[in-house]
Design a protein around this ligand. Sequence first.
Ligand code: GLN
Length: 290
Amino acid sequence: MAEPILTLGEVIIRTTDFFRGKGIVTPRLDAELLVGEVLGMDRLQVYLSFDRPMAESEMARARELVRRRAGMEPVAYILGRRDFFGRSFEVNPAVLIPRPETELLVEAALAALRDERWAGEAELRVLEFGVGSGAIAVSLAAEEPRVQVVATEISPAAAEVARRNAERHGVSDRVTLLVQADFEGVGDGFHVLAANPPYVDPADKATMMPDVVNHEPHQALFADNLGYAAIEQVLKAAPELLATGGSVIMEVGAGQMDKTKEIAKAAGLAEVSVIKDYAGIERILVAYKL
Ligand code: GLN
């Protein structure tokens, strides 16, 4: 017996209920994004098309995407993209999915780069540690035409994604990608050193969301030394890499800011300040080389 034809609105409602039952945190949003993907619609078009009947072939494709999400695969990997700082970035499981709070890092870096101290500079030199998808490096280059980025990345597969995102947004001539774990040969005199390093304590694995821990790259998430290994690596290297007056702008995890500030001061950095994220968590460190 043929199943009754459902409308788009009915499919969204059923999918939302199904996702909620699975413990998915944003069930409605995820349903809209996935069903919209099948129909080639953005969320506004989805809203305006609730009465539209779903064809059986569309239902089959929607079921496949819904099944993947129910297995806790992140929506961004299913769609192959995520919006960040007003642009769409290709993502795949080789790269961390850009988070909204990391947009605060981009804002802080742009503010530092546009400081009157650098008003006379033809080129604003940015070094990024651990470029991942390229969300930070590409956003900075796309927002500010004077920006020249050198970015390191330990994973060749991630660096490939960053390369494609730089191309997609027309900044590949201003983003140099180096596949390496350290700062060997990157140069010096940078105006900004940006990093969203791996900072999660491996001991936290057991309590992390399955979407994150089962699907996102562990190299991008976890760091030894209670999560501080890469934070420390970046801050200790910063004084040699930065121009006088240059700044380190780095994201850290919840509860890590006090110790991170101490590491920054011990490394000889000064004028340390902190930006809170949307949840009120001290998230972005800004520290200067005076
Ligand atoms: N914010 C990410 C998370 O909580 C971690 C990102 C990182 O380690 N840089 O999953």
